[in-house]
Write a protein that binds this ligand. Structure first.
Ligand code: KG4
Ligand code: ZN
Length: 328
């Protein structure tokens, strides 16, 4: 739950986040039916908790925001149905929000970054450079042509028998690792522009792991650490180089202002944040990375995106649809 105070600043009164990793752990990946059911079971409890923490009765809220896509459709439908029920019961306006817009606008919630800015949106399902010109004005200037880095972090964790979500566990293992033990590729650096690719890197880690298992009969903790460190260093190198190129493109499109922002779950990675900060500085730009809890999926960013849209957009009505695909 969010509130704008008298001076126009947005305050987060509550942001309840519940994960489902333990429900999917036994299956080696997210099971769509389990995800949908778990959403349906927990949403009303999350709403109650959000109201409790914010000490606000339901009838006192001004509007309801909900993620309407893109994403695994069962969970998105559960959220949209829950929000429609609340809108119908309270008579309050309803705003269906694009999940990616939520991530991309977060730097304005935390740091009031003025438009336009360059956003590297990097998460479990997405990886793209966006020139963010307004709450509903995003120009994509490049992105992954295959996997998203978060997906690759999760896959690498599975290959190395590290816990899910893979990002934090690979990052932790990497701290004990030697980045140069394995020679891993930096895909697409030889190609101009700021498109990226991560699937070849994933395959290279798989091959290196299989080689170790074959030669040693298994993986030792130092192998996990070295493969994690090598993989993370390759992701950092690719993101840094492509961000540098995106910044040049951004300067051409928007020479007067320069801020590089990063958001999405993978933006919680400290090695990535540190390197991107250097890239921004080298290009004479400011750098904004939201606090970790606002990088990974959260309720506050969706409420904030609705606040940003309200001035220029009418609310949605009860025909609001959940969209599995919804490019910005
Ligand atoms: O934005 P997000 O919470 O959900 C999506 O919209 O996808 O991102 C989740 C992704 C997962 O793949 C997770 O492994 C990754 O973000 N992630 C990280 C870190 N924390 C979360 N990746 C690298 N380092 C981290 N510290
Ligand atoms: Zn996300």
């Amino acid at each position: 739950m969010l509130r704008k105070n008298a001076s126009g600043e947005t305050q987060i009164l509550s942001s309840i986040v519940r994960g489902q990793d333990s429900l999917h752990a036994a299956y080696g990946g997210v099971v769509p039916e389990i995800a949908a059911r778990a959403h349906a079971e927990i949403l009303d409890l999350c709403v109650e908790e959000a109201l409790d923490v914010a000490q606000t009765p339901l009838q006192d809220i001004d509007a309801i925001a909900v993620t309407a896509g893109p994403g695994l459709i069962g969970g998105v439908v559960s959220g949209v149905m829950c929000a429609k029920g609340l809108a119908l019961a309270t008579g309050k306006p309803l705003y269906g929000i694009n999940h990616l817009a939520g991530h991309a606008l977060t730097p304005r919630l935390t740091d009031n970054v003025p438009f336009p800015y360059l956003m590297l949106l990097v998460s479990g399902g997405h990886c793209q450079f966006l020139l963010v010109k307004g709450p509903d004005d995003f120009k994509r200037i490049g992105g992954t042509i295959d996997d998203a880095p978060g997906e690759a972090f999760d896959k690498i964790a599975r290959l190395l028998a590290l816990p899910q979500p893979g990002g934090p566990s690979v990052e932790q293992a990497a701290q004990r690792g030697y980045t140069k033990r394995f020679s891993l590729p930096r895909p697409l650096l030889d190609r101009t522009g700021c498109d990226m690719s991560f699937s070849g890197l994933k395959t290279a880690v798989l091959r290196a792991r299989d080689g170790l298992v074959r030669d040693q009969g298994g993986l030792y903790p130092q192998d996990q650490a070295d493969l994690s460190a090598g993989f993370q260093a390759a992701v950092v190198d690719v993101l840094a180089e492509k961000t540098s190129r995106a910044m040049h493109q951004y300067h051409q499109l928007s020479p007067s202002t320069a801020t590089l922002c990063v958001a999405g779950g993978v933006a919680a990675n400290m090695a990535i944040r540190a390197r991107l900060e250097t890239v921004a500085r080298d290009n004479g730009a400011g750098f904004v990375a939201p606090p970790l809890a606002l990088c990974t999926d959260n309720a506050a960013m969706i409420g904030f995106a609705a606040l940003e849209r309200m001035a220029d957009h009418p609310p949605d009505d009860l025909t609001l649809a959940a969209r599995p695909r919804w490019p910005l």
